[in-house]
Design a protein around this ligand. Structure first.
Ligand SMILES: C[S@@+](CC[C@H](N)C(=O)[O-])C[C@H]1O[C@@H](n2cnc3c(N)ncnc32)[C@H](O)[C@@H]1O
Length: 321
């Protein structure tokens, strides 16, 4: 019996399978190229559900080759003059996607990063809780007793007669102090299912969330708010973006934030303009206004300092010019 052709065939099929591997969910990753200064230049890139890793990698490289980055001599050489370099770039990008997808059994996605934090109480333990839920904890920054100036600011006028979306429900200790009676509707989105469960429970205890006409006024959903959010007048984002890589922050500020009339973002503010360290989702690094990379049509005003009694935490109101 000649096994050789069959082995060859199964190898070829395996290769074909690996090449055509498709994403089982929408996949957002930071993908990078190295420029002529040996610096990593990164973009937050999304593969749609069902797209092959190969086609997603090709799209990324096409985007790089038609972006501002293409003026860099090294990138230009790879994009225009050296087909082998371009093919290699697609191949390595594809490898990164496969290795970092849960499909490829590699690095976990956004949901897994933040769920792990809650599962392992990385933001604090039950012993440190201040009337928070017992099974999850969003850290001391979510201690409502310390956040009265922020709560008063939001309840002041920002949400009056407005529809509100909050990204990053967390354990809801601060959110439950908001004046829900003022809002026309409230939706919060969290990437961690455990936070959505807790938010749903908390919202169910808030009298102003129970509309007499039985329409759902307050809801919580699981989702990655860096990719998509429901529409509303006002967006609240408390202590979320400081846990993201810089390229995700700027893509969020440029694509999602402009969809709202007003957005209030709190985060740890970087004291200097020095380059923000590279982090994976869930780690923390202070953010400068420069990192927000505001598009021309938006302005940011620092409306609070010392947010939740944290000396380096600020609240920024972002609006259209
Ligand atoms: C430090 S906690 C802050 C919770 C709450 N906003 C507060 O300050 O009390 C950050 C929360 O944002 C959520 N989160 C992080 N990235 C997210 C994303 N891309 N989309 C939705 N939620 C996200 C996390 O799961 C976590 O619950």
């Amino acid at each position: 019996m000649n096994l050789f052709p069959r082995t060859l065939l199964s190898r070829a099929l395996l290769l074909l399978h690996a090449f055509n591997l498709v994403t089982s969910t929408q996949l957002t990753r930071e993908l990078c190229v190295i420029d002529s200064q040996h610096q990593r230049q990164c973009l937050m890139w999304t593969c749609t559900k069902g797209q092959t890793f190969q086609s997603c990698a090709e799209d990324f490289v096409t985007a790089v080759c038609t972006s501002n980055l293409s003026t860099d001599t090294k990138v230009q050489q790879c994009c225009v003059h050296d087909p082998l370099c371009r093919t290699t770039l697609i191949k390595t990008t594809r490898q990164t996607l496969v290795q970092t997808s849960t499909d490829g059994q590699g690095t976990p996605d956004m949901q897994t990063y933040f769920s792990e934090i809650y599962a392992h109480q990385k933001w604090g333990t039950a012993a440190l809780k201040d009337n928070g839920p017992r099974h999850m904890y969003s850290g001391d920054g979510a201690n409502a007793n310390k956040c009265s100036s922020l709560i008063n600011y939001i309840n002041g006028d920002l949400i009056n007669n407005k529809s509100v979306v909050e990204m990053g429900c967390g354990d809801m200790r601060v959110t439950q102090k908001l004046d829900f009676a003022q809002m026309t509707s409230y939706i919060c989105i969290d990437v961690a299912p455990v936070a959505v469960e807790e938010a749903t429970r908390v919202l169910g205890t808030i009298p102003a969330c129970k509309n007499p006409d039985r329409t759902l006024k307050c809801q919580a959903f699981q989702g990655d708010g860096s990719i998509q959010l429901p529409s509303a007048d006002v967006l609240l984002v408390k202590d979320v973006i400081m846990h993201w890589p810089t390229s995700l922050i700027s893509s969020f500020v440029n694509t999602i934030v402009p969809e709202f009339q007003q957005a209030l973002l709190t985060f740890e503010v970087a004291e200097t303009d020095s380059k923000r360290p590279s982090i994976i989702p869930g780690e923390i690094a202070a953010v400068s206004v420069f990192d927000l990379d505001l598009p021309k049509e938006l302005v940011a005003a620092k409306v609070l300092t010392n947010v939740c009694k944290s000396t380096n935490k600020g609240a920024f109101l972002i609006e259209r010019c």
